[in-house]
Design a protein around this ligand. Structure first.
Ligand code: COA
Length: 257
């Protein structure tokens, strides 16, 4: 796995988004590798709690926008279909993850790096983290089941601000609205989060995992449906002029510098 690093320490599995030079933007290979990493975590008897975090100053800058440029080479429809299947499988890996899944948001999170937080069991954030989902400026639509989870977590209005108006939330706001459980100072973020989780893995694992299953069972069908519907809409949006223009703008912005 080129841009994903995995380690296991006494029941605690750490999955690091390891592409700091691109602010941990998720390209197709990373989606594949993250699906595999989550499957491995789910099937490994020794893994009890899994935590996802980012290397460097960002948690994740979301979907790799330059992947959109690949759509224009080859059969556009086929490429978009493949990309949508990958996103759907990636999000399903979160929905179906049977053990405790924690996100340690070490810095800014964007797009799918934010939406999938609503599918994690516990989210901790550094005080340097911010949260925004620029779907509308990019001409695309929301994914990660955020159309289902966000209104339920934070209320319709705050979810609307995030999903429609590109509002950028601070870590404190994310905690106040329920997206984040606890905020730690950036200077001691890793120490606090991993110190805490190392204590949690000493507790009876079955009790925690069975409780998660009881919590998740009420929503699992709805989450799968939300994921399907969001991916269908994305399929249409990724082929739209709005998105193609946004990709060209992003790439040409880079080339001008
Ligand atoms: N997709 C592809 N590349 C990305 C990326 C993304 N989502 N986010 C960052 N990068 C790349 C940049 O192109 C740049 O690459 P380069 O060094 O080869 O030119 C590198 O990561 C560093 O980013 P840079 O823009 O120089 O850093 P910055 O601190 O000025 O800005 C961001 C960081 C994240 C604010 C900015 O890169 C950005 O807006 N990225 C797009 C985020 C986005 O819209 N994601 C999709 C959500 S649906």
């Amino acid at each position: 796995m080129r841009n994903i690093t995995v380690s296991v320490d006494c029941g605690l599995r750490i999955i690091i988004l390891d592409r700091p030079e691109k602010k941990n933007a998720l390209d197709q290979e990373m989606y594949h590798d993250l699906i595999l990493a989550l499957k491995e975590a789910a099937s490994d008897e020794k893994t009890f709690i899994t935590v996802i975090t980012g290397r460097g100053d960002y948690y994740s800058s979301g979907n790799d926008i330059t992947s959109g440029a690949d759509f224009v080479s080859g059969d556009l429809k086929e490429r978009i279909n493949e990309a949508c299947i990958l996103i759907r499988n990636f999000v399903n890996a979160f929905i179906e993850f049977p053990k405790i899944l924690v996100a340690a948001v070490n810095g800014p999170a964007i797009g799918i790096g934010v939406t999938t937080l609503g599918l994690c069991d516990v989210v901790y954030a550094s005080d340097k983290a911010t949260f925004h989902t620029p779907f509308v400026p990019l001409g695309i639509s929301a994914e990660g089941c955020s159309t289902y989870t966000f209104p339920r977590i934070m209320g319709t209005s705050k979810a609307g601000d995030l999903l429609y108006f590109n509002y950028k939330m601070t870590a404190k706001e994310a905690k106040d609205c329920g997206l984040v459980s606890e905020v730690f100072p950036d200077s001691c973020f890793a120490e606090k989060v991993f110190g805490h989780l190392k204590k949690m893995v000493t507790m009876p694992s079955k009790s925690m995992i069975f409780t998660k299953a009881l919590v998740r069972r009420w929503d699992v069908d709805e989450l799968r449906k939300a994921n399907e519907a969001e991916c269908e809409r994305l399929k249409e949006r990724w082929g739209s002029e709005d998105f193609i223009n946004a990709v060209v703008k992003f790439i040409s912005r880079r080339n001008k510098l």
